[in-house]
Structure formats: C-alpha cells, structure tokens
Ligand binder design. Sequence first.
Ligand SMILES: [Zn+2]
Length: 414
Amino acid sequence: MITRLKEDILKRFLRYVQVDTMSDDRVVDTKRPSTDGQWDLLKMLASELVELGVDDVHIDEKGIVIAKIPSNMKKAVPVVGFMAHVDTADDVPGNGVKPRVIEKYDGGDIPLNEEHSIVAAENPELSDYVGETLVVTDGTTLLGSDDKAGIAEIMSAVRHLMEHPEIEHGGINIIFTSDEETGAGMDGFPYEKLDCEYCYTVDGGRRFEIQSECFNAVTVKVGFEGVSYHLGAARGRMVNALTMASAFIGALPQAESPEATDGRYGYYCAHTIEGSIRHVDLTVYLRDFDLENLDRRIEVLKGLARTIEGLYPGGKVDLQAKHIYYNMAQIAKDKLIALDTLFAAGKALGFELKNEVIRGGTDGSRMANEAGIPCPNIFTGGYNVHSRYEWAALPAMVDATRLILKIIELGAAL
Ligand SMILES: [Zn+2]
C-alpha cells in the first residue's frame, strides 16, 4: 500500500505544481478565481475525480470544487470533509515551477542552482529524511506544496478508496478552493452544498504537526476628532488629532505587540493610520487565543480613548470594535468529533501528533466560524513554504494520506 501511495502522490504532486496557479489579490474582489491557471487546476481535479469513479463532482462559477463520495455502509455515520486550496502565494514567483526529485537524499546541502542552496544546517528536519525522496525547486520559484501537497494527498486517498471498494466508509466531501493566499478563499463559500459535520484542511507543514487553534480577532476603528484653528492663533483653541492619535498609539504596550510576542501570547497592533490635524482614522488589530483576554484589551482601548479625551479637552475619540473571527477551538469545543477522530487516527498509526497554535486564521477557521463545522488543519509535509528554499518530503506526504485514510476508517466506526 505504501509503495503505491508513494508513486501516486509523487506523480500527482509533480503534475499539480506545474500548473501556474499563483493568485492575485489585486483582482480577487472582482474575479474568482483571481487567475486563469487556478481554473485549469480546478478543472483538472474535477475531471480526475470523475475518472477515479466519483460520480457527484460539482464545480461552481467561482471555481469551488465539491465532490461527494457516498457512504457504502448500511448504518449512518457523520459525513467527513477534506479541503485544500489550488492557489500558490506570490511572496516569490509562484508560476513556472520546475520541480526536481531527489531520490535517496544524502543528508548534505542541496544545491538548487548556481546561486541558491538549501543548507542542511539551517534545515534540521532534513535529517529525518536521509535516504528518502524529496522534491525541491530550481531556485527561481516556490514549490507549491502549500497547498498542492495537500491536494495530492487528498486525491491519493480518494484513489485508494475507489480502488478498494471493500473499505467501509461513511459519506465524504472533498473540497478544493481558490485564492486562499489572498484571504478571500472562503468569501461566498456555498456552505449549503456541504453535508459534512466535521472537516479537515490539509494545508499545514511539517510532519505530524496539526493545528486546531487560531486567534480570536478584533478590528478596532478609532476616530480622533480634533479642533482645527489658524496656527498663528491656536493657543488654547486648537486640538490636534494627530497628537491625540500618537498619544494613543504610544500608550499601547510594546511588550504586547506582534513583534514582541509568539506562541500563545496575544497582542495590540496599530495597523493603519490616516489623517490630519482635524481628524485621524486609526485601525488597531487585537489578537488573542483567549476570548476574555481579547475582551479585556477592547476595554483597555475604550479606557484609553476616554483618557485621551480627558488629556485633550475639546477633542473627541470614537471607538468601534468588531469581531472578525473566533478561535476555532471555541467552536470545536462542543464538537469534539474532529479532534478526537484526528488524534485517534494518529495514535492508531503510531504518529506523535503535535498540536500547534496558528497565529492567524485559516480557511478552516472560517468554516468553523461561518458554518459551525469544526475544521482542524493537517500537515502536508511541505517545509519552507512560500520561498525558493521550499522542499517537500515524500514520506511525510504519504503519512498525511495515511492519516486521511485512517480518519475515514475510524469515522466509519463512529
Ligand atoms: Zn495554504
């Protein structure tokens, strides 16, 4: 089984990464998918699913592919979903990828071209894969394991199920989206077409790492209203909105900023400012894994706004806080099926799964937030993603597919 998975995953991965699918955040608001290459891959995946024997494959006008594999059992069990995205990032060129396969990695540095190498000392995880198969770039583009490794792993799991009708399973939803890297991947997502009760994005990184928690996110808009006056006669009359805004920003604790925090620590981040003496608009991002801590920060900002008003009589500070998304663990805590099944599957395979927090949101966190479907993230076996030094480890990719298949198997016994 593992040899067959290896061959199939590698072939698929090499095929998918060579489709140009870099997304474009400048046009994503008016064009979905934002780039035509994404259509090519979405259509390729839809027809490959049909070829594999999946009857119910739908691709909508936004390019979202939803395929449904019906249960082959008499008893009813919850439907499970797996999701991945076709687009690649634009941090380095994401099109024109020329993947190179390294068989039996020797443990040393990996030259990509005359200029660039993957240095073994900077990539300690490479030592886990000595003698194994890796895929690297030619040093001019990213590789695209984010998230074409995830796609190849899901597709290979589907192929395995289709070739082994004796494997009992419940209903399965397969979802491929576009434009994840622009943040618009789930805008207008047709949740009503899904019937999964729990889902997984296969969009993570290093082997055995999973993610089930993301930030709670609040955007705070602060408006500073000053009093403008002729500068020559301003004494005692003018109130400078810029001064008020800078006092506000200056009071934010530096130790609770993105550049001073990691792990589970939350932060305040002055994000955007625009204005003049008369009026300033400031946007502050608040992030925290803990909702109470986040709410505390909102209260702190409200208090600060009142203080600034007191310090600058005549000036006004208006503050609006808006929750953008919630920690998906918050949503999953009443629906433990996703995490329980994931950890049970890992245990059955002897994988030591490590649960890491995401200092951001994911498409899975949007699914959890917008549809109440718990959706943790599974590793893909891609490393250094979004960079020319990206590499993918075939054994880790095989393990991701084995994990997907085990989740399906355990889901049939629920
Ligand atoms: Zn991704």
